[in-house]
Ligand binder design. Sequence first.
Ligand code: 0WD
Ligand code: CA
Length: 424
Amino acid sequence: MEQHRSHNPNPSHQNRPSAYKREREDNGRNHCENKHSRPNRPQNQSGPSRGQNPHSSLSLSTRRELYERDFPVYKQPVEVGCFSLDSERRFFNDGRQMRYYVEPDRSPNFDLRDGYKDRFIKRDDSVKEKLDHMLRWILANRSKLSARGTTASSCDLDIDFVTWRGHLTKLLTAPYETREGWQLAVTRFRGTLYISEVETEAARRDQENRTERHEEMMYWGYKFEQYTCADTVHGRPDPGGVLNTNEAFCTVVQTRLADHRLLFSGEVDCRDKDPNAPAAPACYIELKTSAEICTPKQRSNFHRFKLLKWWAQSFLPGVPRVVAGFRDEEGVVVALETFPISKISHLIKNEPNCWKPTVCMNFCSDFLSFVKHIATEDNPSVVYLLSWEPRRDVTFSVHRDSPYCFLPHWFVEEMTSSHPSHQS
Ligand code: 0WD
Ligand code: CA
């Protein structure tokens, strides 16, 4: 966890070359609706391009070399609340769906295929929930988040960015991602920037063309949770029960990355049941399954690709460990291993050409600066759509009253018309 406390003694981010290609003060205002900003010239330069086509180009590079600076300030994430989604995906402003980790035997032999055909209720992922659950949580907990000491903004949130943890994970891993691009919709509303993912065409196609084997393998991760989690602190796991992926427990954390104040939520699998365990999020445990490692090549790929995703996802909310179930081709868990997040960066040090946490965090920080710079119009019906494909720059387009709009009326109205209901 040492990186959470890593403070940059010499905050040089004010005058270091920024990785985004800024041209004078011509930020997003010059970009017309539905017109894509043109990416800059091919990415063979480092630092910003200057004096080239002012007013026309604005983009952000994901090249790793640009982000190999000191680790940025990342404050220890603090849990400010949590919420639960029940078997019908109904929202509750509490932790009723929290589960407790039950340490399995040494060689568990869990059959991850069990129940796929007859005891599985799968969430309908054609329903795009966008930020809705988080927004519900924000309305229910507004008094915890409101700015103090200023009259003009006294009912605005004291936060720069609101998003899902999963979206931030994609930002952290972008400098190393070679396959999947993303699109993030951004709206500035009452001074806060809301970030919500838009499914790419490629992702939609992949989802439609999934093989039956792939569909089943997606179930294996949830099944592993069912073998290792109990609903109550003294309970036992119930692998004979129905598995319903509508159910979720989500933590809401607040933190700061460089000068960006963040509020995000992430789904948490379970917690340590020891009553002396540290407070959340330090008591949380992330569960994963992965193919068993039999060759040096497999080990290297595991370090280079999988551990990057695992690290990024859990580092963000301050979840300190991942418990991994290694499974064979038939979906039987043959080994368990715990990975402390703070040790992952040491584990990969001997891997040639491997990923670096500092690159991930600096890219994310610069991306958020880029968003602040371009998303200037404070208007719930304006969306800045940031698009990225591997080996390209991040570009953006601006959309007004379009299908990309994602802040619901109930949220905008409640935030505009009333004050926090419970002043603390
Ligand atoms: O694009 C997204 N990530 C969205 C997620 C858009 C809108 C809503 N959500 C919801 C998810 O349905 C889920 O309830 O947010 C929650 C998870 O958000 P997150 O923590 O920010 O997402 P992420 O870190 O990508 O995933 C965490 C876990 C996954 O665990 P693994 O070990 O596989 O990484 O959340 C689960 C999954 O268990 N999960 C989902 N569950 C149901 N439907 C989904 C999904 N679409 N995505 C992740
Ligand atoms: Ca998991």
